[in-house]
Design a protein around this ligand. Structure first.
Ligand code: PLP
Length: 428
């Protein structure tokens, strides 16, 4: 029995499925999850001493890689100052000023402790501000695990959702409408039917939680236009894309000003931080300024605030987005060229420092329905071949890969070779 197997056996006795977040259990790729004991830069070290080049990066927060020295210094200073105040302090003020000064659509913001919490709160504000009860989301966009968002398209009335988790009441699920990505006709028909009941359209402007489903510019423009024409607010869920594809996320890339926006992941530099913000009039609905209650014991935790600010400052200082984009494009192009040479029908979807390997007949994949059948099983075999070669991807074919600034050219070279071998071997 390996060390990880022994630990997992113990974990299974004390935690459901042995984990504290489902994907970690390796259910979709099979096998026993690896237990890691430390990480530095782009490298993970497992409890058995094996090292892996990490393209999961804790599912996105670690844009600078693990334990970036400049962020580490700030974290150490923070830990030596105070762990939590539950009171006013200057650290969250600094991060809030940093963000509002650079992201003009964030006129005011509130820090919370996770992306889920940010989304939940933004929806509450949207309902309060519009006096409407329904939310519209896209199939294939993930917005955390709040009850009303654990839904998929139902089989009955067009747009009406069904719960995807036990424990979500039918009444709550029915408040959410679901429509496919990349389909203007379906979107217009949901608004035609329910337009005056929809408080907000919430979307990942870069859907990156069901593969990387890069949307057409025209589709996003139309979605925003139709929502506003019906008096619905537009919420950009940029928990994954915010501060990742650009400082201002997709709102900056697209030049679209959302009414409300949610952030998480990179904003905390690897610590539990979430944030929601947007129009001043909407954010002034939040308690104690307004009637929408929302609170948190550890909200704006100083360690997370200081790690987040140090991370964002460094990103700007070193022009991280430019470097990451070039390196990711290089990685993806070389993989695609190699696969093409071998006549293997795979593509690497990419945006900024995010990438996603998928089978393809050539056409880009923009919706859940367009993902090739058997993708998950195929990825599972590739995943294990890569593990054997010292490369760690998130353990599911529906998660994206993340480059960090810590990935070296040499590591990227090794990764290109390993992916090519893994796809070849599993295609045989
Ligand atoms: C990760 C993610 C969330 C949930 O954030 P947590 O911190 O895991 O609660 C919500 N929305 C999007 C787009 C995400 O990528």
């Amino acid at each position: 029995m390996t060390t990880s197997e022994a630990l997992f056996e113990r974990a299974l006795r004390v935690a459901p499925g042995g984990v504290h977040s489902p994907v970690r259990a390796f259910r979709s790729v099979g096998g026993t999850p690896i237990f890691f004991e430390s990480a530095q830069g782009a490298t993970l070290r497992a409890v058995d001493g094996r090292e892996y080049i990490d393209y999961c990066q804790s599912f996105g927060p670690l844009l600078l890689g693990h334990r970036d020295p400049d962020v580490a210094r700030e974290v150490e200073a923070a830990v030596n100052t105070a762990w939590s105040f539950g009171a006013c302090e200057p650290y969250s003020l600094e991060l809030a000023e940093f963000i509002t000064a650079r992201l003009p659509w964030v006129e005011k913001l509130r820090f919370v402790s996770s992306g889920t919490e940010a989304v939940m709160s933004a929806l509450r504000v949207a309902r309060a501000a519009t006096g409407r009860h329904r939310i519209l989301k896209f199939e294939g966009c993930y917005h955390g695990h709040a009850d009303g968002l654990l839904v998929k398209a139902g089989s009955g009335l067009a747009g009406v959702a069904a719960a995807t988790s036990a424990g979500v009441s039918a009444n709550v699920a029915a408040e959410t409408l679901v429509t496919p990505l990349d389909d203007e006709v379906a979107l217009r028909s949901v608004f035609a039917e329910y337009g005056n009941e929809i408080a907000a359209l919430i979307l990942e402007p870069l859907p990156a939680n069901y593969g990387l489903l890069i949307q057409r510019r025209q589709f996003l423009d139309e979605a925003v236009r139709v929502a506003r024409a019906h008096g619905a607010l537009v919420i950009f869920d940029e928990v994954i894309s915010g501060f990742r594809v650009a400082l201002g996320g997709m709102a900056e890339v697209l030049g679209i000003r959302p009414d409300l926006v949610t952030y998480g992941k990179v904003i905390g530099g690897g610590f539990p931080v979430g944030c929601y913000g947007g129009r001043r009039d909407l954010m002034d609905q939040v308690a104690p300024a307004g009637p929408v209650y929302q609170a948190g014991t550890l909200s704006a935790n100083p360690v997370g605030m200081r790690a987040g600010l140090a991370t964002l400052r460094k990103i700007i200082e070193v022009n991280a987005y430019r470097t990451l984009k070039i390196r990711t494009a290089d990685l993806c192009r070389r993989v695609e060229a190699g696969l093409k040479r071998d006549g293997l029908p795979f593509r690497m979807a990419r945006c900024g420092s995010l990438f996603w390997l998928h089978g393809s007949n050539g056409a880009p994949i923009r919706s859940v329905a367009a993902i090739p059948a058997g993708h998950g099983e195929r990825f599972a075999r590739i995943f294990h071949e890569l593990l054997g070669r010292g490369i760690y991807l998130a353990p599911s074919g529906y998660e994206v890969g993340f480059l960090s600034l810590a990935h070296t050219d040499e590591q990227i070279d090794r990764t290109v070779e390993a992916i090519l071998e893994a796809v070849r071997i599993t295609s045989g």
